[in-house]
Ligand binder design. Structure first.
Ligand SMILES: Cc1cc2nc3c(=O)[nH]c(=O)nc-3n(C[C@H](O)[C@H](O)[C@H](O)COP(=O)(O)O)c2cc1C
Ligand code: SF4
Ligand code: SF4
Length: 261
């Protein structure tokens, strides 16, 4: 089983491709846990985007909620637990953060890999999506990388193989907690006058934080800052304060594996 979270599709593509290679079932994290799918000889993978050099809080909360019986099945059947995180640049100490969280549930993390994919973070000055050329290069290499990671997992070639970047401790221990606490101010989301009321922003939100009211989106307070609503809007009408005005948009264009759809 592969639990995955994704806002703009990079991690979804990665999870589906790995599921195909490993003959496992992809399972979107905000949905409930189908416990019966684990059996001897299967795998337990986590695939998610790196958020502020750490594990998205939604993924951490999901792991904290795993039941004792579910974790017991993993331990009894010696099911390997691994993680693949997608990132725009670098991961900081994301694998270490995940390992600690799994250990608190009595689980051992066998391996962790990162895949560099197009960047989606746009909510701070100086952060924007990649140029078309950079996107194309990252997407081309990402497919090769995911296939290679799949082969390594299949042959139990366990390792931690991520790009940690510069000052990983500082980023994961000082900036990540600030992001978790203050990273999103839900009251800053709004729609611009170009909104055509298509509802795509509401449909794509993984935590159902948006409702269409009187023909336009209305944001609630459960936002997990995945930015799916911002990137999906066909007329660039989803705005976060004024910061997104001149920023680009991105949604993963890679097709999902047919056998898993
Ligand atoms: C809130 C947020 C924080 C992010 N922080 C990082 C980061 O610390 N390092 C990094 O390399 N990329 C970062 N990114 C970029 C994403 O990790 C990357 O684009 C990822 O592949 C997006 O996955 P998705 O399309 O499955 O949502 C961040 C993106 C978001 C939305
Ligand atoms: S996706 Fe854009 S155009 Fe469609 S309802 Fe949302 S803000 Fe309006
Ligand atoms: S409201 Fe928040 S959680 Fe929902 S799609 Fe937008 S950024 Fe993601």
């Amino acid at each position: 089983m592969i639990f995955f979270f994704s806002g703009t599709g990079n991690s979804r593509f990665t999870a589906y491709r790995l599921a195909d290679i490993l003959d496992e079932k992809p399972c979107f994290i905000p949905s409930s846990i189908p416990e019966e799918v684990l059996f001897e000889g299967s795998q337990l993978g986590f695939v998610f985007p790196v958020y502020s050099w750490g594990v998205p809080p939604l993924v951490l909360n999901f792991i904290r909620r795993l039941s004792d019986s579910f974790c017991g099945i993993i331990k009894t059947h010696l099911i390997p637990v691994w993680a693949v995180c997608t990132c725009g640049d670098d991961t900081g100490l994301t694998p270490e953060m995940l390992k600690k969280e799994l250990e608190a549930k009595g689980l051992n993390m066998s391996g962790a890999w990162s895949v560099t994919m197009p960047n989606t973070y746009v909510l701070l000055p100086g952060f924007d999506v990649d140029s078309q050329e950079v996107c194309a290069n990252k997407l081309e290499y990402a497919q090769i990388r995911v296939d290679e990671i799949g082969r390594q997992i299949k042959s139990a070639n366990w390792k931690i193989d991520v790009i940690r970047g510069k000052f990983p401790w500082l980023k994961s221990h000082l900036i990540y907690p600030l992001f978790s606490r203050w990273g999103i101010n839900t009251s800053r989301w709004h729609w611009a006058s170009s909104c055509i009321g298509c509802g795509r922003c509401a449909a794509v939100c993984p935590v159902r934080n948006i409702e269409i009211s009187e023909g336009h989106p209305k944001w609630d307070i459960r936002c997990v800052s995945c930015l799916a609503c911002y990137h999906i809007c066909p007329v660039h009408a989803v705005a976060y304060g004024k910061i997104t005005r001149m920023k680009g948009q991105y949604t993963c264009p890679l097709p999902l594996s047919h056998s898993q759809q």
